[in-house]
Structure formats: C-alpha cells, structure tokens
Design a protein around this ligand. Sequence first.
Ligand code: C2E
Ligand code: MG
Ligand code: MG
Length: 581
Amino acid sequence: MPSLLRPLPSCLGDLGVAALVVPGTVSATEIDAMFRNDRGLRAVVVEQGESEQGESEQGESFGLLTRDHLEFMLTGRLGYGRALNTRRTASELLPAVGSSMAADLDLQSAAQAVLERPEYERYQDLLVLSATGPRIVTVSDIFAAVSAQFRHASLHDPLTGLPNRRMLEEHCPDIGASAGLPGVGILFIDLDDFKSVNDTYGHRTGDAVLTEFARRLARSAGNHGSLMRLGGDEFAVLLTDVDEDSAFAVAAGILDSLEEPFALDGCELHISATIGLALGVDIIAEDMLAGPEVLLRHADGAMLRAKQEGKRRIGRIGPCQEPAPFARQAHIRRRLSSAVDDSALTLQYQPVLDLATGEDAGVEALLRWDDREIGPVAPDEFIPLAEHTGEIRRIGAWVLDQACAQSRSWIDAGTPRNIAVNVSPVQFAGGTLPSEIRAALDRHGIPARMLEIEITEGTAIVDVPSVASQLRELIDMGLGVALDDYGSAYSSLAMLRVLPLTTLKIDKAFIRDIDSEPHTATIVRGLIQTLNAMGVRVTAEGVERQEQLNILRDLGCDTAQGYLISRPLAPSEFRMVIERH
Ligand code: C2E
Ligand code: MG
Ligand code: MG
C-alpha cells in the first residue's frame, strides 16, 4: 500500500529540476555547444543584466532558452539563421514572450494556465522561479502531478489523511492472494459510543476526536502495518508478518493509547474503542479468492461480538468458532450503504382497520430490503445496524419520500389512504426532522393530516426534551404521532407523560395473550381507558385471530392491525381486504 507519509507535490515549485543558469552575455555558439555536449539538457536559464531587462518583455532577471528555440533560431526558416544569429548573446536570443510561472501556484491552476496557452507554445517547458533558484518544469510533470493528486484524493480520507476502504479494495489484490498466509491479519477498530460524542458535542468536536484518534493510532500501530479509515468511526490496521500474540499486542497498544483523555475545546473526553482481530490462517481456502474484503469482514464480525460482550476490548473469532452470525452482521453493515443507491429498498403497506366502523383506517409503511449479495434482510435485523452506522438517516429520508410519493399516487387514483411511517429515534438527532417531513409533504403535495409517524421508544432516545419538542411541532403541523410497540421491552409509563402523542400502538406480545390470559385483557382495558381519557387513540398490533379482534372491539380499542386483517402488501397487490371484516 502506498505510504501516506510521502508528501505529494502541491505547487509548481515542488516540481521539475534545478536549472543550469548562464550569464546573458554568453554567445549562441557556446550555448549550442552545451546542448551538443549534453543530450539530456532541455533548456538553460539565462540570467539577464539590468540593462538587458528593458529589452525583455518578461520584466524578470531570468529567461528560459530551450534547445528547440535555439535550434530554430540557428536554423531559421530560410536556413540563414546560423549566419544571422551565432554572434548574438543568450539574452538576445530569448523568446519575446516569457514562459515563467510563480513557484507557489497550485498545480490545478498551473494545469489550467497551460491549457489556456496558445497551441504553438502549449507544450513548452516552463521556467519556475522558486526560493531555491530557477527550476525547469515540463508540461507533463504538471499533468502527472495533478493526476497523482486526484488519485490520492480518491484513495484517502480527507479528514484524517489515512487511506480509505477503496485503497484496500482496489490496490491490495496481493493481500487477497496472501489472505490465507499465516502472517497477514486485520484489526477492525470501532470507537465506542462515538454517536453520542457527535450528538452531545457536535460534529466539529466529533471530527477533532477522529483526527486525534488517527494520530494516536499512527503512533501506536503505524510501524506494524498500514492504517485505514473505513468510514465514520471505523478504522483498520492491516498487519503483515504477525502471529496471534503480536497482533494482540498491537491491538492492546491501541487501547492503551486511549487511556489518556482527549483534551478538546476545553473539555476532557474519555474515548474507548473495541477491536476485532482476524488472521489469514482463519480464512478458509474458497474465501481467500474473494480478497481482503473477507478478512475485513471477519475482523468486523469479531469486533461486533466484542461490543456485545461489553466494549473496550479485543475480540477474536478463532478458527474453531462459528463466525457466521457476526460475519453476516458485518456483511449487512457494509452492504447497507449501497441499499438506497441500488434501489434495493421497497415499502410494503399493512392495512389498519377501524374497529368501530369496520372501515379502512389507513396503512403502515414497512421497509423491505432485498440485497443482491445477501438476499432479503428483515428490518428487525438491519434497522439496528443502520442506526449504529448512521445510514438510517439516508434510509429514513428515502422512506419518507417514498411513502409520500405512494400517498400521491393513491390520491391521484381516487383511493386516498392515511399512511403511518416508522421513524428511528436517530433521525431526531440534529432537530431537523420536522422540516425534512414538511419538505417531503410539500414535494408531493400531501396534506399533513394524511401522515402519521411511529416512533419506538428505545434506549436510543437520549435527548428526550428535544424529541418531545419536535413531536409537538409535528402535531402542530397536523401530523399524527404514534408510540410504537408499547408493552414490549423498552416501554415505560414515563414516556406517556413526556412525549406528546396522538396514538399508542400496543405491542403484539400483549395482543397475543389477550384471548387466553384474563390479566392481559385487564391491563389492556385499563390502558385503553387511560389513553381515551388523555385523548390518545389506541391501535392493537399483531391481531391474528378473530377472538382477539372481538375482545379488542369490546374493550373500546380504536384500530387494529395484523395478519387476520391483512399481511403487509406491495402497492401493486393492494386491494381492499378490509371489507371482509
Ligand atoms: P413495527 O413498526 O411494530 O411493525 C410491525 C411489525 O409486525 C412488522 O414487521 C409487521 O410485518 C409485523 N406484523 C404485522 N402483523 C403481524 C401479525 O399479525 N403477527 C406478527 N407476528 N407480526 C405482524 P416488520 O415489517 O418485520 O418490521 C419490523 C420492525 O422494523 C417494525 O416494527 C419497525 O419497528 C421496524 N421498521 C420497519 N420499517 C421501518 C422503517 O421504514 N423505518 C424504521 N425506522 N423502522 C422500520
Ligand atoms: Mg410501526
Ligand atoms: Mg410495532
């Protein structure tokens, strides 16, 4: 992997070769002899005296005399050049128009200036006056350096300057071939709770943490392998020539480097990381052909498992262990970033029944992902991973837009339906969700009252007052706001008090037993009465049997949803199955 330490040329003064400088009084014959004696000499720089400068249009004390120009002068168009010019001095032979550029000119501007030169002089060498003396720079030097700059930018992360994932994928095919070799290993490093650093201190501090971490990583692991930033808070170290013990030692050194708190913007942040280790020896033969990606995925899987075991540690999935579930999670995480671009996401819509009237009360939009590498993945599996990587923001924006587009086509078809959309608590961070929803509604011309958002109270609601004020803003806009999965692991009565709501959805775990356990029915009755008194509507989820539906209707539940009424449907197979009930 190319070293990140070799600095790339950034301006004209960094290019070319130091020029041979001759006094302006040297004769044409002498310079002609110099060119004849040294076939590699392309040009000389002519130093002009005070008096000569007036005649030169360059207004500089140096001029560039190229081999081509001298030959042209000495030959002349009609062959009399030699007779006319041999007695003239170097200064007198300089071309009327200078070809010098400033040494501090950046390379892209220099390339632009070259392209703007007239055709006949476009490819002429340039004289660059740098602090260390005049230099001769060829046009191809400039374009080669610009191309190297572009290449570097596409293979490196702009924030930390470290190589990026593309560098590993495109430029390490040899690692693929050697992935099974004993000495190759990858450390996959993920900062712990980095999302809360961003949420609490803002992105600027988040960026500073990443830069400082990259610096510490380079110090503790830089000598042992090549560093990469894979994206977000994920880094990797590609190790060559390691065994299990030495790889663990490098990983331990990285964790040690985090012992000292990060001093940023006047506060001290304690940052920890979790590391997954995979060694080439663990990779089975068929996987080796797939390249470094497989080794990385194993290391990612090991990291995820270590996180589950409690963060701030080093995980290793050894040769005898089953990497499958973690490798799958790692695979899903990697593929998630292309889900939106690959058009691999779709929405299905599950009808909701109004229990009092027996009419259609709308639909809930449910996300489906069919990845071309992994196949269909259930939302319960990929949404938590998308929340971890932050990809949920892009996915969530797509869901909102898509649901509004569907709403528009139902309105146009004369069958308008209210749509409920699930929103992750992560989408509330930053406080822009209400304006994003407003924009999606406006884009498709959908009245706010036709949209409801469903929020699941998870551990992810960190900043409750901010979420509450955004929900209030949405309700004031006319949207419905539902608390989803109430009665499942996370729900608490406290949330009913602090979050403004229009609907509460009772989780299917409760509905499951409602026709067999009298206590469950009693709890649900109490809940419905309380919510009715608060003016909050109640939806029952996961209704699968007619008896459940009858009980819920008797208890005064407003709406119901479940396989009994309809499974989630693709828009194309949408028909009103609700009339049956
Ligand atoms: P949810 O919002 O509570 O959605 C209801 C889930 O219950 C859906 O699972 C649905 O297919 C399933 N379901 C519906 N009726 C029945 C039934 O009668 N019996 C049983 N056993 N299940 C039923 P699904 O589609 O797999 O979605 C799972 C969860 O993933 C959703 O739970 C929701 O929390 C999340 N999710 C789905 N789509 C999105 C989305 O666009 N954004 C976000 N952030 N989360 C989503
Ligand atoms: Mg839902
Ligand atoms: Mg639910």
